[in-house]
Design a protein around this ligand. Structure first.
Ligand code: NTF
Length: 814
C-alpha cells in the first residue's frame, strides 16, 4: 500500500471548471468560447489564488498575534520560476486543473505555456532565495521574502549569426500577471539625497527627493503545511507622476521626468553575477527595498502603534541578508531607531545587531561589494555618518581586544574612501554563514579571516539546498512516481532524507531498470522539447552531457569546450576511430554578464564549435553540441531530468556551493567534478565510487600559484591540449579568421587565472572511466540511483532547518 500525503483540495474537477468559468466571465469578460489559452491561464491562476487566500490570511494573523519570531529574507533577487504548476501542487489542485482545462476545451500544455517566466534573478543566488521561501512555507515558518519587482528581469539571451550573445530586454510584465497583488494602500516612502542638519542637538536628515515604494505581494504556498507566506516585492512609483505646468508649455518629455527618475529604481535587474557594479542606481535599488521592508516590518508587527516598543523588534523578526546587496539595512535600522523613534545609540545598536545575520555567497574577494563613500554621502548622507560611527565603535572594540593596529586597519569598515559592505555585515549582525562546508571554512581561513579570529562565535555554515517540490515532483514526474513506488509513500516530498530508503533497491536489477527507463523517457521528452523550442535534433539514445550555469572563467566552461575540441580532433585525425567513440550530446546553457568580454567570447566559441561539429559528417552520430539560448528555470526543469552526466568543474576553492549540482544528483545524473563547493559534500554522501572526481584540490591550487603558474608549460607538454588550442587560434571555428578568439587564446596561454590548462589532463583522463561505466547501463544506473538515494540532505528544507537552529532561533507557527 502506498501512503499518499499530498494535499487534496475539497473541490472536484467540475467545480474547479466552474470557478474558472466564473473568473473568465467576471474578471476577464470572455466566454469560454472566446477565451484564448492565455485567458484561461489568467483565470486558473486567479482561481488557485482564491483557494489559498484563507490560509494566507490565517498565516499572517497567526504570525502577528503569536509569539513565533518571523524570518525576513532580504534579497535583491528571487528567481521564482513559473508559478502556476507549483501553486496547483501545493493547493492540491493538479488533477482538478488537468481535467477542468480539458473539459473547457483547452490543452493543459497551452495553458501552462501561456505563463511567462519572471526572471528576477541572475543565477544560483536568486534561485536559492526562491527555494528558501518555498521551504519556509512548507515547514510552516512565518516568513517574508523582501525584494524588488523589477520591471525588466534578467535580459533575454539570443545568439546572432556569428554565435555572439545578444541581450534583449525581458519585459515580463507586458501582459496580465495574475500572481502579484499590488497593494497601493500599504506603500512606504523612501528618501534620498539632501543633507543632515542639527536641530535641538539632534541630527535631522533633510532628504532632497523621495519615491513611493508600493508592495506587490506574491503568495508563497507551503507544500502540505496549510501555510501560505508572502513574497513582498517593491515597485518604485513617483509621487509626482506628471508635471502639468511643464506639459502645458509643450515640454512633453520633461513633464514625465520625475516619474521616470522614480520608476528607474525598480526598472531593471542588474545582470551581474559575482562582480559588483559600482552604479549609483544599484545602491538606490538596495536602499529602496531595504528601507521599505524595514518600515513594513514595523508596520506589520506593531499594528496601529504610534510609539511601538521596538526593543522587542528582534523577537518579532530576524532579517537575513542575502549577500551584501541588502547590507545598507544595518545603518538604516540604526537610523530608523534613533531618528524616527528616538532610541539612543546603544539601544539601537543592540537591537540592530540582534536583528541581522549575513550570508556570504562568494569566495572571490573582488565580488564583495565596496561602495565609494562619496556616493553613499551624496545619496544617503545620514547613513554615511552612522557608518563612520559604527566604524569608530568597531575600532575601539578591536583595540580593547588587543588587536594589532595593522590588523585593525585591514579590517576597517570605512576606509575614508570607501565602505566595505561585507565587513559592515559581519560586524553589524549576529551570525555570518557560508553556503557549503568548504566555503564556510575558506571564509574563516581566508576571506574573512581577521573577523573570524576576533569573533569566532559568529561564524557558521549552512549548506545550500534545493526544493524537491519544484525540482523533483514538478520537473520529473516519472521519477517522482518511481520514488513513491519504491518507498511506498510520498512523504519524501516533505522529508527528503527518506530517499535513503531507495538504497537497497539499487541491488534490485528490476528496479534499476525501471529507473533507467525513467531517464530514457525523460531524454525522449527533452529531445522533443528541444526540437519544438529550439529546432534541435537531439538523439535521445546518446549520452546527454550537460553544463548549465552562469558563464564565468572560474566555472571553467573553457575546460569543457577545450576537451570537446580535443575529442573532435581525435576523431578527425583518426587517433580515435569513430566506432571507439561513445556517442555524446553535449548541452550548454549559460548567460554572460553583458560587459564580461572573455565570458562572451567563450559563448561565441561554444556556438561555433557546435556549428562546426554538428555539420561535420566525420563525427556524425558521435559528437553533437547544442547551446539552447536563454537558459532559465523552465529550461532547467526540462533538461536536468534528462541529463546523464553533469559537469561541476570549477577551479577548487572558487565555487561557493553550487545548487545545480544538487538538482542533477537528485534527478539521477552522475557528476564529473572537482573538490569544490558542495561537490565535496555530495561526493561524501553518495560515496567516492559514485562520483567522477578529477583535478587539483584547493591546497594544490594554492601551491601551484605560490610556485608560479605558467599555463604555457601545459600547452607545450600536452599534444591534445595544444591541438585544441591551436584549432581555436587558427580559425577552425571562425571561418579562418584568426582574430576572433585571439584574446581568449592569449589569456589561456599567458594568464589562465583559473588553471584550466593545468586541469586539462586530469579532466580528459577521467573521460575513459566515465565511458567505461556508461557502456554498462545497469551499473551506470545503479550508481545514479545511489546518488538519488543519498542526496536527500540537499533539500532546502534541511537548509532552512539548519538556519532555524544555528542562526534564526525560531520555528514553525504553533
Ligand atoms: C552564488 N553566488 C555562488 O557562486 C554559488 O556557488 C552558490 O551556489 C550560490 O551563490 C547560492 O549560494 C553569487 O551569485 C554571488 F553573487 F554571491 F557571487
Amino acid at each position: 500500500m502506498t501512503e499518499i500525503t499530498a494535499p487534496k483540495s475539497p473541490v472536484t474537477a467540475a467545480e474547479f471548471a466552474n470557478e474558472i468559468r466564473e473568473q473568465l466571465k467576471y474578471t476577464q469578460g470572455v466566454t469560454p468560447e472566446q477565451a484564448k489559452p492565455a485567458d484561461v491561464y489568467v483565470a486558473v491562476s486567479a482561481a488557485v489564488r482564491r483557494h489559498l487566500v484563507d490560509s494566507w490570511m490565517k498565516t499572517q494573523a497567526d504570525m502577528v498575534n503569536g509569539n513565533t519570531k518571523a524570518v525576513g529574507y532580504l534579497s535583491a533577487e528571487f528567481l521564482i520560476g513559473k508559478q502556476l504548476r507549483n501553486a496547483l501542487l501545493n493547493a492540491g489542485l493538479t488533477e482538478q486543473f488537468n481535467e477542468a482545462v480539458e473539459s473547457l476545451g483547452f490543452s493543459v500544455q497551452d495553458v501552462v505555456d501561456a505563463e511567462y517566466e519572471p526572471g528576477l534573478g541572475n543565477g544560483g543566488l536568486g534561485r536559492l532565495a526562491a527555494c528558501f521561501i518555498d521551504s519556509l512555507a512548507s515547514l510552516g515558518v512565518p516568513a517574508f521574502g523582501y525584494g524588488i519587482q523589477y520591471r525588466y528581469g534578467i535580459f533575454k539571451q539570443e545568439f546572432d549569426e556569428a554565435g555572439r550573445q545578444i541581450e534583449t530586454p525581458d519585459y515580463w510584465l507586458a501582459n496580465e500577471e495574475p500572481w502579484g497583488h499590488i497593494d497601493y494602500n500599504r506603500d512606504q516612502k523612501v528618501s534620498f539625497g539632501g543633507e543632515v542638519v542639527e536641530e535641538n542637538g539632534r541630527k535631522v536628515w533633510k532628504p532632497a527627493w523621495s519615491v513611493r515604494a508600493v508592495p506587490v505581494d506574491y503568495m508563497v504556498p507551503g507544500y502540505a503545511s496549510g501555510r501560505v507566506n508572502t513574497l513582498r516585492l517593491w515597485a518604485a512609483k513617483s509621487y509626482d507622476e506628471f508635471d502639468l505646468l511643464t506639459f502645458n508649455k509643450s515640454e512633453y518629455l520633461d513633464a514625465v521626468k520625475p516619474q521616470v527618475k522614480a520608476e528607474n529604481i525598480s526598472k531593471i535587474l542588474y545582470p551581474e553575477d559575482s562582480t559588483p557594479q559600482g552604479k549609483a542606481l544599484r545602491l538606490e535599488q538596495q536602499y529602496f527595498f531595504v528601507s521599505a521592508s524595514i518600515h513594513d516590518a514595523i508596520r506589520v508587527f506593531y499594528p496601529g502603534q504610534d510609539k511601538p516598543d521596538l526593543t522587542t523588534f528582534a523577537d518579532k523578526i530576524t532579517f537575513q541578508l542575502n549577500d551584501t546587496h541588502p547590507v545598507i539595512g544595518i545603518p538604516e535600522l540604526m537610523r530608523v531607531l534613533m531618528d524616527e523613534y528616538g532610541y539612543d545609540w546603544d539601544t539601537a545598536w543592540t537591537i540592530t545587531n540582534k536583528t541581522f545575520n549575513y550570508t556570504c555567497h562568494t569566495l572571490l574577494p573582488e565580488a564583495l561589494e565596496v561602495w565609494p563613500s562619496k556616493l553613499i554621502g551624496e545619496l544617503l548622507p545620514r547613513h554615511l555618518e552612522i557608518i563612520e560611527k559604527i566604524n569608530d565603535q568597531f575600532e575601539s572594540e578591536l583595540k580593547a581586544k588587543g588587536v594589532a593596529d595593522e590588523t585593525i586597519k585591514d579590517m576597517a569598515i570605512y576606509t575614508g574612501d570607501s565602505v566595505r559592505m561585507a565587513y559592515l555585515a559581519t560586524y553589524g549582525g549576529s551570525h555570518v554563514n557560508g553556503v557549503a562546508e568548504l566555503h564556510s571554512q575558506l571564509l574563516k581561513d581566508v576571506t574573512l579571516k581577521n573577523f573570524s579570529d576576533v569573533y569566532p562565535g559568529k561564524f557558521t555554515n549552512v549548506t545550500n539546498g534545493v526544493t524537491p517540490r519544484r525540482f523533483i515532483k514538478l520537473a520529473n514526474p516519472r521519477l517522482s512516481d518511481l520514488i513513491t513506488e519504491g518507498l511506498g509513500t510520498d512523504r519524501w516530498l516533505s522529508d527528503l532524507e527518506l530517499l535513503k530508503g531507495l538504497e537497497p533497491l539499487a541491488a534490485d536489477d528490476e528496479f534499476v531498470k525501471k529507473f533507467a527507463a525513467v531517464k530514457q523517457a525523460n531524454k525522449v521528452d527533452f529531445a522533443n522539447y528541444a526540437k519544438r523550442e529550439y529546432g534541435f535534433d537531439i538523439d535521445p539514445n546518446t549520452m546527454i552531457n550537460t553544463m548549465v550555469k552562469r558563464l564565468h572563467e572560474y566555472k571553467r566552461q573553457a575546460l569543457k569546450i577545450l576537451a570537446l575540441i580535443a575529442r573532435y580532433a581525435d576523431i578527425k585525425s583518426g587517433r580515435l576511430s569513430a566506432d571507439e567513440v561513445l556517442p555524446r550530446t553535449v548541452v550548454f546553457g549559460a548567460k554572460a554578464a553583458p560587459g564580461y568580454y572573455l565570458a562572451k567570447q567563450t559563448i561565441q566559441l561554444i556556438n561555433n564549435v557546435a556549428r562546426v561539429v554538428n555539420n561535420d559528417p566525420d563525427v556524425k552520430g558521435k559528437l553533437n553540441v547544442y547551446f539552447p539560448w536563454n537558459y532559465n528555470v523552465r529550461l532547467a526543469q526540462h533538461l536536468i531530468p534528462a541529463t546523464d552526466l553533469d559537469e561541476q568543474i570549477s577551479q577548487a576553492g572558487k565555487e561557493a556551493s553550487g545548487t545545480g549540482n544538487m538538482k542533477f544528483a537528485l534527478n539521477g545524473a552522475m557528476t564529473v567534478g572537482t573538490l569544490d563547493g558542495a561537490n565535496v559534500e555530495i561526493r561524501e554522501r553518495v560515496g567516492a565510487e559514485n562520483f567522477f572526481l578529477f583535478g587539483m584540490t584547493v591546497d594544490e591550487v594554492d601551491a601551484l600559484y605560490a610556485a608560479g603558474y605558467d599555463p604555457k608549460k601545459y600547452y607545450d607538454a600536452n599534444p591534445r591540449l595544444r591541438a585544441a588550442i591551436d584549432m581555436v587560434a587558427d580559425g577552425t571555428f571562425s571561418n579562418g579568421d584568426k582574430s576572433v578568439y585571439a584574446d581568449l587564446v592569449h589569456d589561456w596561454l599567458t594568464k589562465d587565472w583559473f588553471m584550466t590548462l593545468a586541469d586539462f589532463g586530469a579532466y580528459t583522463d577521467i573521460q575513459a572511466e566515465i565511458e567505461a561505466l556508461y557502456v554498462q547501463p545497469l551499473e551506470w544506473n545503479r550508481k545514479a540511483l545511489i546518488n538519488v538515494a543519498n542526496s536527500g540532505y540537499f533539500s532546502s528544507d534541511r537548509s532552512i532547518e539548519d538556519y532555524l537552529e544555528r542562526i534564526w532561533k525560531t520555528g514553525p507557527l504553533a
